[in-house]
Design a protein around this ligand. Structure first.
Ligand code: ZN
Length: 273
């Protein structure tokens, strides 16, 4: 079952050859697998009609650009492999097993070392031209935070450049959970994430936004984001009473459960992941 974790093993990320070989060796030593699911960091190629399907595309991580992740495991383990981004996997898991169980639509966004999100609509993960990169939208700057240039190497003050863990550390010198409860950083970050949730509700009509990642473990943040989102929406959006902003129902396991669902989907005749 895709929410039963029988064993857990963490391998530090190094170059692709040694990291993937160590991962494949670990799986090979487990009881026989029927399928493998991979919820990968991105950007990745998700178009099954494309020769590069299952590969990392461009990445600053040394050696990982064009790495054929799916091909490596398919050859090493000889089982069907399901593949998607880490956040699409987490969105799928929260939809099937977690906070969005029983709903038709959901957005999952992780707020941590970066900001990234995945969408499920009518029960399917949205791919489009590649996959969403919702962390790189441009929010309105709240009062008191107009000066900070932002940390995104591509855009400066996009959402990730303003509200990710590294962006918080860069201007306030500590993680959000280490800053005092009355520090203005809490209101600023909640404003940005409230804008994000409003934007998701307004553009996707998702019923629920699930916010995961390290920054969201800050006590009180989810309540602040929820309140700010409601304030910004001003009750205008259709069915706004049904909109909910919540923490992951699967806790820290959304991504892992997502990978297991992708593996299960790989056993179907037409993979849905
Ligand atoms: Zn950016």
């Amino acid at each position: 079952s895709p929410n039963q974790i029988a064993a857990r093993h963490v391998i530090p990320t190094r170059g692709p050859a040694e990291t993937l070989a160590e991962a494949a060796a670990w799986f090979a030593a487990q009881p026989p697998l029927r399928a493998l699911g991979i919820a990968s960091f991105g950007p990745v190629e998700l178009d099954r009609g494309c020769a590069n399907w299952g590969r990392i595309t461009t990445t600053p991580k040394p050696g990982w650009a064009q790495c054929d992740i799916v091909g490596h495991f398919a050859r090493a383990l000889g089982v069907p492999v399901g593949f998607d981004t880490d956040v699409n996997g987490a969105a799928l898991a929260e939809h099937e097993l977690g906070a969005g169980k029983g709903l038709s639509s959901l957005a999952y966004v992780t707020v941590g070392t970066g900001i990234g999100g995945g969408l499920v609509s009518e029960g399917r993960v949205i791919h489009g031209a590649a996959h969403p990169e919702i962390g790189h939208i441009f929010p309105r700057r709240p009062p008191g935070d107009a000066e900070f240039a932002g940390t995104c190497p591509h855009h400066g003050d996009c959402l990730e450049g303003l509200a990710s863990g590294p962006a918080i550390e860069a201007r306030w010198g500590a993680s959000l959970s280490r800053l005092p409860a009355d520090h203005p950083a809490h209101g600023v970050v909640a404003d940005y994430l409230g804008q994000l949730c409003h934007t998701i509700f307004a553009t996707t009509a998702s019923e629920i936004v699930v916010l995961g990642g390290g920054v969201m473990q800050t006590p009180g943040l989810i309540e602040r984001v929820r309140a700010r989102c409601a304030e910004l929406g001003a009750g205008y959006l259709p069915a706004s009473a049904r909109h909910r902003v919540v923490l992951p129902g699967l806790g820290q396991n959304s991504g892992i459960c997502g990978a297991m669902l992708l593996g299960a989907n790989a056993l179907r005749p037409t993979p849905a992941g």
